[in-house]
Design a protein around this ligand. Structure first.
Ligand code: 6PG
Length: 475
């Protein structure tokens, strides 16, 4: 046996990561359910490095050095369970199975426990960066037993993206932690994309800019604090013209956004943890609304009321949109990192948020300059109650708050939907509010269900005898 790593599941992501390992000098055993895919990879890219072609799981496992390291790159769900089962039967105690798919973290917790009982190490690893990242350097978020990282870490770190000489890969924590943080990464990706979409919508419909002009705005923004992969590709997408019609491609794409589930999972998990990830939730729901094609068709022509006038100072309003986008982005990341802290506490993972921000600086879809600021914030204070409270972000929001409010007001008077901008601003105002209407909520709950309340002026739990003489009793 001479392969240092095996990859099974040779669709695009699997093939590209296998090639990435080979290009870094590792001998890579290849396996796929149908051998045709393995042969196609070898025919096209066999020169990338040293591959071992295998047909059966037994051959595949036999090709690997011990402790064996196998990376599974198949569709999340039942397919993953089936492959794990076959591999586990052929492998030996001490061997490592890595699931590089977008698995649900609770599945990863279950699989890790089952394989631990059989003496095998199971590593649920979030891998971000799409096809290009898999080939040239993704961001890798491996969970699982810490011992497995000794045998696995150096390999993963060498194929990961590198930023300032630091690999975008670190051990996240036990069992499902790697897939949990990848899930939240995707939730943040949804929020980022929705915010960009709202900015685009305003530039298009409030200012009347065409796609090419908006592309230039995004290119300009990409040289400032918003610098990021998603802003960069936004300009590229907007600049694309359709070969047949000569029109901007974006104007020809059906405006119904799809989703494969990781954003939805993030929101579900956040609901269970009680963490308000309002930016991510609005993004998931905005995709759902865009996809409600029948309802949308039936709703054409509904009253818009008296709409306001378009902004007169286009340059100022463009700057306002930029500031609103940046402030809302800070909120989305603050919420996502809160969810990671809550998940970490719930499952005892000890996730290091500074280290996580570090490995998200490169390789992944949400990679951005901004992640350096998040890393610095958690380096300065590991127990920061909210990213919004870090001096850098506090000042950044203070600088943009007037713009943010103007954008929300203007969009509303123009009838342009901005769910993520508006809800992020409301979250911010909610967080900084001295007194929320929740006092009334508590009063109502006590009225109809004797659910009790606390008082601001004395300790204890109280109940008012609402249907009696309305005196107060200590609960
Ligand atoms: C990544 C991406 C990747 C995938 C998304 C797409 O980090 O490389 O997030 O995992 O492209 O899951 O998600 P939707 O299809 O749900 O938009």
């Amino acid at each position: 046996p001479r392969a240092q790593i095996g990859v099974t599941g040779l669709a695009v992501m699997g093939s590209n990561i296998a090639r990435n390992f080979a290009r870094h000098g590792y001998t890579v055993a290849l396996h796929n359910r149908s051998v045709a895919k393995t042969d196609a990879l070898l025919a096209e890219h066999g020169n990338d490095g040293d591959f071992v072609r295998t047909e059966t799981v037994e051959q595949f496992v036999a090709a690997l050095e011990k402790p064996r390291r196998v990376l599974i790159m198949v569709k999340a769900g039942d397919a993953t369970d089936a492959v794990i089962e076959e591999l586990a039967d052929a492998m030996e105690p001490g061997d490592i199975i890595i699931d590089g798919g977008n698995a649900l973290y609770t599945d990863t917790i279950r699989r890790e426990a089952a394989l631990r009982d059989r003496g095998l190490h199971f590593v649920g690893a979030g891998i971000s960066g799409g096809e290009e990242g898999a080939l040239n350097g993704p961001s890798i978020m491996p969970g699982g037993p810490a011992e497995s990282y000794t045998a696995l870490g150096p390999l993963l770190e060498s194929v990961a993206a590198q930023v300032d000489g630091t690999p975008c890969c670190t051990h996240i924590g036990p069992d499902g932690s790697g897939h949990f943080v990848k899930m939240v990464h995707n939730g943040i990706e949804y929020a980022d994309m929705q915010l960009i979409g709202e900015a685009y919508h305003l530039l298009r419909d409030a200012l009347g800019y065409d796609a090419g002009t908006i592309a230039d705005v995004f290119t300009e923004w990409n040289s400032g604090t918003l610098e990021s992969y998603l802003i960069e590709i936004t300009a590229d997408v907007l600049r694309q013209t359709d070969a047949d019609t000569g029109k901007p491609l974006v104007d020809l794409i059906v405006d119904a956004a799809e989703q494969k589930g990781t954003g939805r999972w993030t929101v579900k998990a956040a609901l269970d943890l009680g963490i308000p990830v309002t930016g991510i939730a609005e993004a998931v729901f905005a995709r759902a609304l865009s996809g409600s094609r029948t309802q949308r068709a039936a709703a054409q022509g509904l009253a818009a009321g008296t709409l306001g006038a378009a902004p007169t100072d286009a340059a100022q309003f463009t700057e306002d949109i930029r500031a609103a986008l940046y402030a809302s982005k800070i909120v989305a990341y603050a919420q996502g990192f809160d969810q990671i802290a809550a998940g970490s506490a719930e499952y005892g993972w000890n996730v290091d948020r500074a280290a996580l921000a570090t490995i998200w600086r490169g390789g992944c879809i949400i990679r951005a300059q901004f992640l350096n600021r998040i890393k610095e914030a958690y380096d300065q204070d590991q127990n920061l109650p909210s990213l919004i409270l870090a001096p850098y972000f506090r000042d950044a929001i203070a600088a943009g708050i007037d713009s943010w409010r103007r954008v929300v007001v203007t969009a509303t008077t123009l009838g342009i939907p901005i769910p993520a901008f508006a809800s992020s601003l409301s979250y911010y105002d909610g967080l900084r509010a001295e007194r929320l209407p929740a006092a009334l909520t508590q009063g109502q709950r006590d009225f109809f269900g004797a659910h009790t309340y606390e008082r601001t002026d004395k300790p204890g739990t109280f109940h008012t005898l609402w249907s009696g003489d309305r005196s107060e009793v200590q609960a």
